[in-house]
Design a protein around this ligand. Structure first.
Ligand code: COA
Length: 260
């Protein structure tokens, strides 16, 4: 599969996806969103891939937002469509993937860039990263899940201030807020993500997918997360991974999970 705005590299069972529009600070235009959807959908069903690391090309930006030049002339209906299709193709899609996606935030993560990082399951930032949702400075609001996911991650008070001020916070503040899990130097960023990815890849893919579905269930309206957990827990007992994991424990050896 050939991509115009993405670079893909697989190292063992880790897939690196690099958004590659450095001259536009990796801004998310329609084509990039569609290509990400394709690449992620293929990765999700590829049994040779256990974890995805998503980053931006160059040393300046992860993603500087949705492509402002592309939507500047839109009207109300096109605006609504832009948001709805973005949720479907990318932001909800990433969050609901069965495999962990790690965001390697290597610089500016603004607007849709921060929304993309927040849709990922794990976030690691380089110490030069700057994060914010500056949409209100353009007369619009975060439309790719930012009003919801920022609030879930950092709480209502901080989300209301960050969004209304359109301010950027640095990596140290993002770490303190719980917006990212780790901050390292830019040189160490991919190595840190790879270390996390390798620790993830040792474990049962079916169990990780089950655990993520349970966590996300708790954020859905009208869904009881505890009930979802009970159901997912029970289903684990029907997997080959469960048999392998428990047998390996009793036989005092390392498990080798098939992901079935
Ligand atoms: N959409 C479209 N193009 C973008 C972009 C975006 N979100 N962010 C950056 N770019 C483009 C710039 O227009 C510029 O392109 P050009 O050389 O063709 O004019 C190029 O990327 C480099 O950006 P530039 O603004 O010159 O870099 P800078 O170092 O001076 O500033 C930022 C960096 C991130 C502070 C600035 O680019 C910016 O504010 N970007 C928009 C952030 C934003 O509002 N995002 C939310 C969108 S909803």
């Amino acid at each position: 599969m050939a991509y115009t705005h993405l670079l893909l590299e697989q190292k063992e069972n880790i897939l690196y996806i690099t958004i590659n529009r450095p001259d536009q600070l990796n801004a998310l235009n329609k084509q990039t969103i569609e290509e990400l959807n394709k690449a992620l959908a293929l990765a999700d069903v590829n049994p040779d891939i256990r974890v995805i690391i998503l980053t931006g090309s160059g040393s300046k930006a992860f993603v500087a937002g949705a492509d402002i030049k592309e939507f500047a002339s839109f009207g109300v209906d096109e605006g609504r469509m832009l948001s709805r299709s973005g949720h479907k193709l990318l932001f909800d899609f990433v969050e609901n993937m069965s495999k962990p996606v790690i965001a390697a935030v290597n610089g500016f993560a603004l607007g849709g860039g921060l929304e993309l990082a927040m849709s990922c399951h794990i976030r690691v930032a380089s110490d030069n990263a700057k994060m914010g949702l500056p949409e209100v400075s353009l007369g619009v609001i975060p439309g790719y899940g930012g009003t919801q996911r920022l609030t879930q991650l950092v709480g209502k008070g901080k989300a209301m201030e960050l969004i209304a001020t359109a301010a950027m916070i640095n990596a140290a503040e993002a770490l303190q807020w719980g917006l990212v899990n780790h901050v390292v130097t830019q040189e160490e960023l991919l190595a840190k993500c790879e270390e996390i990815a390798k620790n993830v890849a040792k474990n049962s893919p079916t169990a990780i997918a089950s655990a993520y579905r349970s966590i996300l269930a708790g954020f859905k309206k009208g869904v009881n997360g505890y009930e979802a957990e009970i159901k997912e827990f029970g289903q684990c007992f029907g997997t080959e991974d469960f048999k392998e994991g428990t047998s390996a424990f009793m036989e005092k050896r390392k498990p080798s999970f098939s992901g079935r």
